[in-house]
Design a protein around this ligand. Structure first.
Ligand code: SAH
Length: 412
């Protein structure tokens, strides 16, 4: 209901009320954080991006409250389900504190880069907060947070006291952000001093740079920390090939763990330049300084498919998501199998393989199955060392949030 045109008094809009399908109601009751546009049965008026929408169940009782997003197929991102309550400052504060508490004891001063808020799975749908030493990066995946950005910045400052907060925006909302209020942009400094270059942080005592202003995700792939640590423990005496290396995360761990050489292979010259800087940043570590480091700029799929004579004792395959949409799932599974087969051909006797997937549309079972079938087809003897999932600072509380999987195999 709009205020009448002749009225000089601006009436507050009535609360945005939605009724959803029975199936969506069940999902929300079970804790799922998304309500899709085609699940909305009734809506009392048009909604504005970022306003609070209240969902009612079939008995007309309060079901949940969430952020309304008219521009996304995910129409409401649930903030709270269950009993009605007021989402006031105390509520938001408690929610932030809960995310911080969930990470208590996970990290000490040897690791200053990790995720503080992992979106929906921490009760902050479409929002990520990563810490890189004293710089925090707030990344938004829905424009629905834009109206709350100032409050959010104030809250994070008050509770966590970062030196700096950088705003990052997923590509699909950069345009909307430019036109929101005074205008917001990707890489904007929300608080603290200007930064023009990458910031340096620690991960298990290794120094890394994060390109917080322009880098992929929030500047570093924090989600692979546990797999990197594992690679560090397996690398002694081995020649390592790190395919899809990005800034050399796996390589630094391998070098510190005693690898004789590491080769970074990536399509992006920027990623490889960052890998070289990361090696220099850690030159005080004798194992890292003593490890031969090479960079190769190439398409890793093509390069691995070519029969190169050089074999490696440890191969890491960590490609970007191969299925951005459900329709790409079957093709992605075949591509993972092909990639693993080509990686296995590069292994010396006794060689180790780590294959990773970050495609949410490919399940753990499908991915592990693809890699195992490639191992069987290779005709070589192999044992499976372990499979891995999300790092503890990247919790996944619903199926669509489970994207990361890794599998370690040892060949004869
Ligand atoms: N393993 C990394 C993260 C990898 S992200 C880490 O632990 O930090 C995926 C990387 O694959 C990116 O650096 C991207 O530049 C690279 N990439 C994308 N397509 C590629 C291709 N066809 N060949 C080689 N590298 C590619």
């Amino acid at each position: 209901m709009k205020p009448p045109a002749h009225s000089s008094v601006v009436e507050p809009l009535p609360r945005l009320r939605l009724r959803v399908t029975a199936a969506a109601e069940n999902y929300v009751r079970a804790g799922h954080p998304w309500v899709f546009a085609d699940s909305v049965r009734e809506q009392n008026r048009d909604g504005v991006s970022g306003e609070l929408a209240v969902l009612y169940d079939r008995q007309d009782k309060f079901l949940a409250a969430g952020l309304f997003d008219p521009d996304s197929p995910i129409r409401v991102r649930v903030l709270h389900a269950g009993k009605p309550l007021t989402l006031d400052t105390a509520w938001w504060t408690a929610r932030l504190d809960a995310a911080v508490r969930r990470r208590a004891g996970l990290f000490d001063a040897r690791t200053t880069g990790y995720r503080l808020i992992n979106g929906e799975s921490d009760g902050w749908p479409g929002l990520v907060l990563d810490r890189y030493d004293t710089t925090f990066v707030l990344k938004l995946y829905t424009a629905a947070w834009l109206p709350r950005l100032n409050d959010l910045t104030a809250l994070v400052r008050e509770r966590l006291r970062p030196e700096r907060i950088v705003l990052r925006l997923s590509r699909n909302l950069q345009h909307a952000a430019e036109h929101f209020g005074p205008g917001r942009h990707d890489g904007e400094i929300l608080h603290g001093p200007v930064v023009t270059e990458a910031v340096v942080f620690l991960e298990n005592e290794i120094r890394f740079e994060a390109d917080v202003l322009r880098g992929q995700k929030t500047g570093f792939f924090l989600d692979q920390r546990e797999n990197r640590r594992e690679v560090g423990e397996l690398a002694r005496g081995r020649e390592v090939l790190n395919a899809f290396s990005f800034s050399g995360g796996f390589s630094l761990y391998a070098a510190r763990g005693g690898a004789t050489s590491v080769t970074d292979l990536d399509l992006s010259p920027h990623a490889l330049a960052a890998a070289q800087r990361n090696f220099r940043l850690n030159a005080a570590d004798p194992a890292i300084a003593g490890c031969r480091h090479e960079c190769m700029q190439a398409d890793a799929f093509d390069w691995l498919a070519r029969g190169d004579a050089r074999k490696h004792g440890l191969v890491v395959l960590d490609p970007p998501s191969l299925a951005k949409r459900e329709a790409e799932r079957a093709g992605a599974i075949r591509a993972y199998a092909r990639l693993a087969a080509n990686g296995i051909r590069r292994l010396t006797p006794d060689g180790l393989l780590l294959a990773g997937s970050c495609s949410a549309h490919v399940s753990a079972g499908e991915f592990f199955g693809a890699v195992r079938s490639a191992a069987v087809t290779s005709g070589r003897r192999f044992v499976e060392l372990k499979t891995t999932h999300h790092a503890p600072d990247h919790p996944a509380t619903f199926k669509e949030a489970e994207y990361l999987k890794g599998i370690f195999l040892k060949f004869g």
